[in-house]
Design a protein around this ligand. Structure first.
Ligand code: GLU
Length: 313
């Protein structure tokens, strides 16, 4: 892994539920990576989905981050209050001929997926380009047959293979498809919002769970188109439930509140996360400054874990 540098980092949860130990572990690593390099650490609420994002979850998430000792610089930013920024980015791409309306339903896309070019994988759900070259007449026909459902907007990509370098996963390449910029419901798409925000907020280091690694070449490509500087990436292996599946409520006491109910303290929980990262022995209670020092040593030695942590429950 590259040596630590002073870089602005961030944690960007979606306020759609309580943070579980996997989210808290990612937040801890993001915080350590920023603080160990002497950098700023930001928290951003990715609350663009009005059906599921809730202010109560947001307050609880911030409370839980603070409870395990994580602090952040400046105000927490909410994506829902930044619509003009996303629209401005879409307009700038549109002015360059890089945006087109897409009328496809999810089902139509699944049915039409073409094999990827070359050996690099297409990210799951990659768009096969159905609406890329419609004539004006075809567009209005498609719009009518969609029953008035508004079109999504997609990026006209060149279908190239983009490689990103990740601190844990090394080089990762994928074909960049015509990703969604604005969804059918008019909301900015995740990839667009994240890239615009990271650029606008001066984020230099993205630390997040490695289920998002597959989207990272798309984001790096989009950032390049928007003239944003390259980012450093660290994708942390997921925390899995005992059967090796994605951690979920059925796996027991997975939130901080659950753990407190069992009689653990917030420091106990943070220490268990640190132990899962190989930063201390189980049962030890390192301080935050000890964790910062240990993190620096582990980065230099390249010993951060590269495999998922199976949550013991
Ligand atoms: N909001 C995303 C999530 O909660 C994370 C996005 C990111 O870190 O880029 O999974």
């Amino acid at each position: 892994m590259a040596p630590l540098v002073m870089a602005t980092g961030r944690f960007a949860p979606s306020p759609t539920g309580d943070l579980h130990v996997g989210n808290l572990r990612t937040a801890l690593v993001a915080w350590l990576a920023a603080r160990a390099g002497g950098g700023r650490f930001l928290v951003r609420m990715e609350d663009l989905d009005p059906m599921v994002a809730r202010a109560e979850f947001e307050a609880q998430q911030l409370h839980d981050l603070a409870a395990i000792g994580l602090d952040w610089d400046g105000e927490v930013v909410n994506q829902s209050s930044r619509m003009e920024l996303y629209q401005a980015a879409i307009s700038s791409l549109d002015a360059r001929g890089l945006v087109y309306p897409c009328f496809c339903s999810r089902k139509e896309i699944q049915d039409a997926v073409r094999a990827p070019n070359g050996s690099a994988p297409s990210p799951e759900g990659a768009y096969p380009g159905t609406c890329a070259d419609l004539s004006t007449l075809q567009r209005s026909q498609r719009a009518r047959s969609g029953g008035g459902r508004p079109a999504a907007l997609r990026l006209r990509s060149s279908g190239e293979v983009v490689t990103v370098t990740d601190g844990l996963h090394g080089q990762y390449s994928a074909v960049v498809d015509d990703l969604v910029l604005r969804r059918h419901d008019g909301m900015p798409a995740y990839n667009l919002a994240v890239v615009v925000d990271d650029g606008d907020q001066g984020v230099q280091q993205v630390v997040r769970a490695d289920d998002l690694l597959a989207s990272t070449p798309r984001q790096a490509y989009l950032a390049g188109l928007l003239g944003l500087p390259p980012m450093s990436y660290l994708h942390i292996p997921l925390v899995l439930g005992p059967m090796g599946q994605r951690l979920a409520k059925r796996d027991g006491a997975i939130t901080l509140a659950d753990r407190l109910m069992l009689g653990e303290s917030a420091v106990d929980v943070r220490s268990a996360l640190a132990a899962s990262l190989g930063m201390c022995a189980p049962g030890e209670r390192p301080t935050l400054s000890e964790l910062v020092a240990t993190f620096s040593v582990m980065v230099d030695a390249g010993t951060l874990p590269r495999t998922p942590w199976v949550f013991p429950g």
